[in-house]
Design a protein around this ligand. Structure first.
Ligand code: KG4
Ligand code: ZN
Length: 360
């Protein structure tokens, strides 16, 4: 069974062909980094326009790399939400057109469920399948959610962020310090050069649901730290570097980043990881999980991966490979495959839904 996946919820236009829910025949991602990088964040109008430009060549390339034609597809899985509605519309409308023309089913996918399936797909492929009940920590630029995942992919929300997502905190801190957008990869690259014990940030204490997250206090603490020091010159130097070199390499960043700032980055990242893993461990304990899934862009973070490997977690932890951690369409095709096998197809009248939830 071959399923074409299409993903366009934010700033990546992606298409992939997945066979039998576990073999990625192709996975093509067109990033809009060069469009949004200079604005320090995603500009929704520009994102939709870039999706329009990219969708046809990206889908064509995914089919080409998979050695498949439209006629060989059994279904198309497309992200229906959550995300930027103008961006979602491009991928979803294109998916509908293929389904209409080829008379094959459309399978609408929740983007967050896609992130979970990135792990399910790879774990199955590696012969170490995810065992249920599982806990899924989905950490990206838009989401920081903990779900219980029961057999058959039934979801229960355990906790979520009350303000910023973890990736958003990485992005905002990096932007504040002149490291550009997206911030996560740069902070990840530089954190090992700093001492995480130097800046002592307080961990968030949540009233009510202890499994909820909050990152706005940490972001404000970083802002206060920066405001209390004469950092404007070094920040200006980094912004200047970004104007000359859109994607500086490690050595270039290290040349313009004093030790105190590296310590700040390391301490910030350490605190985010601590917040994530504490609540993931608590959730896994609460539902007596047999697996912990960590997925979404922040799952690329090498510090988080290392900490999860050495943390006293009550069950095995699964991360997707970096290419399947950030937004991609293989995860959408994999999620679609599971739904297709259960006979869950989506009417072509389905609308893109900016605030679609996975579970409550
Ligand atoms: O899943 P994703 O590609 O898009 C959303 O659904 O949001 O995640 C993008 C987010 C950005 O906030 C980015 O800064 C963060 O993931 N990210 C990272 C790393 N790579 C990407 N955060 C921390 N460490 C990384 N290595
Ligand atoms: Zn995502």
């Amino acid at each position: 069974m071959k399923i074409l996946g299409i993903e366009s919820s934010c700033d990546e236009t992606a298409a992939a062909v997945v066979e039998d829910g576990e073999t990625v025949l192709s996975s093509v991602v067109a990033s809009q980094f060069s469009t949004h990088g200079k604005y320090g964040g995603v500009v929704p109008e520009l994102a939709s326009r870039e999706h329009l430009r990219a969708i046809v060549p990206v889908v064509r390339e995914a089919l080409l790399q998979a050695g498949a034609s439209f006629g060989q597809l059994d279904a198309v899985g497309a992200t229906i939400g959550p995300g930027l509605v103008g961006s979602l519309l491009v991928g979803l409308t294109y998916a509908k057109a293929i389904c209409f023309a080829r008379k094959i089913p459309l399978i609408g996918i929740n983007h967050i469920e896609g992130h979970i399936h990135a792990v399910v797909l790879e774990a199955r492929r590696a012969g170490r399948p995810v065992e249920f009940p599982a806990v899924a920590l989905v950490v990206s630029g838009g989401h920081t959610h903990l779900f219980e995942v029961q057999e058959g992919f039934h979801y229960r929300l355990l906790g979520k962020t009350r303000d910023d997502a973890a990736g958003e905190a990485f992005d905002k801190v990096a932007k504040l310090l002149g490291f550009g957008y997206p911030g996560g990869p740069v902070v990840d690259m530089l954190a090992p050069y700093g001492n995480p014990a130097v800046v002592k940030f307080t961990l968030a204490r949540m009233k009510g649901n202890a499994i909820d997250f909050s990152f706005s206090g940490l972001k404000t603490a970083v802002l206060r730290w920066v405001q209390a020091r004469p950092m404007s010159d070094e920040i200006a130097v980094r912004k200047e570097l970004l104007r000359r070199v859109p994607r500086p390499v490690r050595e270039q960043w290290l040349e313009v980043t004093p030790k105190a700032t590296l310590d700040l980055l390391a301490s910030f990242q350490h605190t985010v990881i601590e917040e994530l893993l504490r609540r993931a461990a608590l959730s896994a304990d609460t539902v007596q999980a047999r697996s912990l899934i960590v997925s979404g862009g922040v799952a690329c973070n090498t510090g988080l991966r290392a900490a999860a490997r050495s943390a006293p977690l009550p069950c095995p932890v699964h991360f997707p490979s970096p290419g399947l951690s950030t937004d991609n369409a293989a995860m959408i095709a994999a999620a679609a495959c599971a739904k297709f096998q259960r006979g869950e197809v989506t009417p072509l009248s389905v609308a893109a839904q900016a605030n679609l939830t996975l579970a409550s």
